[in-house]
Design a protein around this ligand. Structure first.
Ligand SMILES: Cc1cc2nc3c(=O)[nH]c(=O)nc-3n(C[C@H](O)[C@H](O)[C@H](O)COP(=O)(O)OP(=O)(O)OC[C@H]3O[C@@H](n4cnc5c(N)ncnc54)[C@H](O)[C@@H]3O)c2cc1C
Length: 453
């Protein structure tokens, strides 16, 4: 098979090696001695390569896993022996930035930070800032249905995608459709936003971009408890303010971030942005909504900005390097009325080690994402894995019981596969029909939502 793949992309664009994303469970398994699979990795550079490779896979019955920056945290890039990984890094052209209509066209392998910097140089922004941005690709950001630090202002990736060019599993190409929006049937391209490589390969994206704000005003507030901080966030969103950043840390996460506030106090970092007068007026409104919370000035915002990309892959790997340690993050989301209970229940579930933190960000008028971090160590690898599994089980059950989603933005991969049917309910049949209709041979990434259920 290698020879046939080489004949399509060239011998120098194929190698054999272990590849995997940053799923902590996978890292823990590797550390405990489970060998990483060596698989063929091809680096196509033309759309025709993708079509021919997918046709080859269909004819020979092997699976294909598209790979961007491999920064995913759910094990969607964790191939089994015999599966072919497609490194999308060769599709790295920013095709056009239309500065009048604020539309950008680019290929799927473009690095997320490279694209953002390219736009910034023109006074523009995509407004999509996952903490992992420097390691990501546009295709990966789309395929995982990702969300960035400024989502309360700019929305999530699905709000930015105007159209997609996709190579379908049979090798045919569905080109980006015209228009800002169309009533010619459902927005079918949205099926690929979150499909985790399970429905084909995204090769091109047409993205909505924005002008950089004239001014940004950031501030910190200390709330006496979590409930009052959440109430402030709700008031801000429901007043129609779209803060560039709004992040509330629970008391433990506040302390973990190095803030020596009063016992139980929770830090809110918030920034308003836009025309200078608007940003100023909105900052004044936020202060009113913050009520009696302590005004900490702009230092927390400045500090947050300096450290916004500190949570890196290297840090994650370094924490998980010593034997018997465990660490992960789980992001769920629910309406304002369930968030306090969700927080209480998940904090109990993840209290399997000394590190059990939560912050709230990615807010909507209806609710918010709750992002939990947990970690610790055990005396054995089995003990570490048992604690890790316990935290995940408890968190997923709490979310499902309370009608919250089990994932706000990291996706499914291998990590959440067994809970998907519980969340989807009757939509499982719809998803199955989509998958079977588009990928009848089942060649596309089985280690993802594409392999479920
Ligand atoms: C430190 C750290 C911080 C993070 N912070 C955030 C955050 O703030 N917000 C957030 O949303 N996520 C975050 N993530 C998760 C991760 O970075 C995102 O899921 C990101 O979108 C993955 O992009 P990638 O290019 O690395 O994709 P990969 O990991 O390579 O792939 C992810 C999935 O997309 C599929 N895929 C990749 N390219 C294509 C393509 N061209 N066509 C079809 N399918 C494709 C793969 O098959 C796989 O299923 C974080 C991860 C880390 C390690």
């Amino acid at each position: 098979m290698r020879e046939e793949i080489e004949s399509i992309v060239g011998a120098s664009a194929v190698d054999e090696r272990p590849v995997h994303d940053l799923w902590p469970h996978g890292i823990m398994e590797g550390r405990a001695g489970k060998p990483r699979n060596r698989v063929l990795v091809a680096r196509p550079v033309e759309r025709a390569h993708l079509s021919t490779l997918l046709q080859l896979a269909g004819a020979n019955g092997f699976n294909v896993i598209p790979m961007g920056g491999a920064t995913g945290v759910c094990g969607a890039v964790s191939p089994s022996i015999g599966e072919l990984v497609l490194d999308m890094g060769g599709f790295d052209h920013i095709i056009e930035v239309d500065e009048t209509n604020l539309i950008c066209r680019c290929e799927a392998g473009v690095n997320g930070m490279t694209l953002e910097q390219h736009l910034n140089q023109r006074g523009l922004t995509l407004g999509h800032y996952p903490s992992s941005l420097p390691g990501t690709t546009v295709g990966g950001l789309i395929a995982t249905r990702s969300s960035g630090q400024e989502s309360s202002r700019y929305g999530n990736i699905e709000d930015m995608v105007l159209a997609l060019g996709v190579v379908l599993p049979d090798g045919t190409y569905a080109a980006p459709r015209p228009g800002l929006r169309s009533a010619v049937g459902p927005a079918l391209h949205q099926l690929w936003v979150g499909a985790e490589g399970g429905l084909g390969i995204v090769v091109e994206a047409v993205l909505r971009v924005h002008r950089l704000p004239e001014a940004t005003i950031g501030n910190g507030y200390a709330f006496p408890d979590l409930a009052s901080g959440l109430e402030c966030m709700r008031a801000v969103m429901q007043a129609g303010i779209r803060p560039q950043l709004m992040r509330l840390y629970d008391a433990e996460d506040t302390t973990f971030n190095g803030y020596d506030l009063g016992a139980g106090e929770c830090l809110l970092v918030i920034a308003t942005a836009g025309l200078a007068d608007v940003a100023k007026a909105e900052a004044a409104a936020v202060k009113k909504f913050a009520g009696d919370a302590k005004d900490l000035g702009d230092a927390p915002w400045e500090r947050w900005r300096r450290h916004r990309f500190d949570l890196s892959a290297d840090l994650l790997k370094a924490f998980l390097e010593p034997a018997n340690t465990f660490l992960d993050v789980i992001e769920v989301a629910g309406t304002w009325t369930v968030l306090s209970e969700l927080h209480t229940r998940v904090k109990t579930a993840i209290g399997v080690g000394p590190l059990a933190l939560c912050h709230f960000s990615h807010a909507y008028e209806q609710g918010c994402c709750a992002y939990f971090t947990f970690g610790g160590s055990s005396e054995t690898e089995d003990g570490a894995r048992a604690a890790y599994e316990q935290a995940w089980e408890g968190t997923m059950s709490a979310a499902l019981d309370l009608g919250a989603t089990i994932s706000h933005h990291h996706g499914v991969g291998r990590a959440r596969a067994r809970w998907v049917a519980d969340e989807m309910g009757g939509w499982v049949w719809v998803w199955r029909a989509v998958k079977e209709g588009i990928d009848p041979e089942g060649i596309m990434n089985p280690n993802s939502i594409g392999g479920v259920p």
